[in-house]
Design a protein around this ligand. Structure first.
Ligand code: NAD
Length: 212
């Protein structure tokens, strides 16, 4: 039998791991990415075993007709996910093929997605099966909590040791992750996505110092 075809949209952390699992199932794997630098990394990490292609509407339309599964794993940090597959484009796909929208926690990258839960994970639109669980790692809660904590605990320890203001001043990585401070929205893309006012971190930080 010919292998199934798995298309991964977005080759970041999720996309790379999805591609590795699909390769393990002997699938014919395609990864569509927007960043050329990331494509270079994927070429090395996946040792040329997937087909890498630039992500654009034409390319997505070309891969849909013979895809058995499309995994949406795109992210524009802080912003609503781009809609890469419209309802109209579902008609290009074979009935019974599957869309997995991992980006559903950022609004989803398929027009027909809506968030589901592990209790009732799938639904069908125009004959295409959708899996859009907003908390997929919740299927393995202990493992995923340990994995997440491994990378977040050092930041918590830094804040506990230095206090919030100093920790943000001294660690640019931590500063980049601050979404709200002293009641202000300090992450531009989040503010824009929600139509709320944005305050630069330094300004909100001054208010915080003023309060303490
Ligand atoms: N549903 C869940 O349970 C669950 C679990 C984990 C992550 N997520 C979500 O999955 C998404 C991906 O997370 P990640 O950690 O892999 O992010 P990431 O930043 O590591 O990767 C995102 C990739 O998408 C690429 N990209 C951006 N726009 C694109 C486009 N138009 N076409 C193709 N590629 C594009 C970026 O270049 C980047 O390589 C996020 O929305 C995240 O919140 C959901």
């Amino acid at each position: 039998m010919p292998p199934g075809k798995v298309v991964v949209l977005g080759g970041g952390v999720v996309g790379l791991n999805a591609a590795i699992i699909a390769l393990g199932m002997q699938a014919d794997v395609w990864v569509l990415e927007k960043s050329v630098d990331r494509m270079r990394e994927l070429e090395i990490a996946l040792d040329g075993r997937v087909t890498l292609a630039m992500s654009n509407r034409l390319q997505v339309e070309e891969v849909l007709p013979d895809a058995d599964m499309v995994i949406g794993a795109v992210l524009i940090p802080g912003a609503v996910a781009p809609r890469l597959v419209t309802r109209e484009m579902l008609s290009l796909m074979r009935p019974g093929s599957v869309l997995v929208d991992v980006a559903i926690d950022q609004g989803g990258c398929f027009e027909t997605s809506h968030a589901t839960t592990h209790d009732d994970p799938v639904f069908e639109v125009d004959g295409i099966v959708h899996y859009c669980v907003a908390n997929m790692p919740g299927a393995v809660p202990v493992t995923s909590t340990k994995a997440l904590t491994n990378v977040t605990l050092p930041y918590v320890e830094e804040i506990a040791e230095k206090g919030l203001s100093r920790a943000i001043d001294e660690d640019p990585a931590l500063a980049k992750g601050v979404n709200t401070l002293a009641g202000k929205l300090t992450y531009r893309a989040v503010a824009e996505a929600h139509g709320l006012p944005y305050t630069p971190l330094e300004d909100a930080g001054r208010a915080l110092v003023g309060q303490s």
